[in-house]
Design a protein around this ligand. Sequence first.
Ligand code: ZN
Length: 252
Amino acid sequence: MNWHLHFLGVGAAHAVELGSSAVVIERGDEPLLLIDCGPDTLDRYVAAYGTLPRALFITHTHMDHVAGLEQLFIRLWFDQRLRGSTKVFVHAGLLPWLQARAADYPGALAEGGVNFWEAFRLLPCTRGFWLDGLWFDVFATRHHVPGTSYGLALDASFVYTGDTRPIPETLARYAGGSEVIAHDCSLVGNPSHTGIDDIEREYPDALRSRLLLYHYGSAADGAALAARGYRIASANERIALPVPAKPRADAG
Ligand SMILES: [Zn+2]
């Protein structure tokens, strides 16, 4: 079975030309899980797969990661086949913000008669979640306010950091083997994001060689990161993944 990370977008919030950072985990060429849903993500997803996502994980509630949820609500609600069935995994600590950002606006539908979450199957989680017999670990990242952003890991296959500063202790736990590590990085860091100097200060050589950098500020920034010897992800690129391990005995 082939496994891939399919990047729909790789940009920072302002890097519109690179697409909002979002990725699809593919198993055997089929989409299994979408991570994040920015303003352009659904169009890119439908262009790639001809259908709407059946499972979605939200890393955090900045608009470049959740602005597509309203569009997804409408499209799911008016699709009798899909209505109420697309799983939305979100850390329980994010629920108040996600509710405020996406679900609280009066009159989810102009005609009335429906609550926002009725179009979805909302699955709050903390340590992680099960999907199709696989256990996905969820971990907190460092995105200026504690408890507001989370990453995702699939044992022996990949780690996806979401938006974050360097998290060496967390990667030591979830990326101790040969996992692909998709990591937030631009040329210059800030209190919410990783810069290349942070990468070089915080991570050992062996780990840096497994990094796949995304969420950068421009095409030129991406080229500069690549010129420094780093692997960068591009929009529409599919990255082969190691096959995940069977879920651990203590998973869940
Ligand atoms: Zn972002």
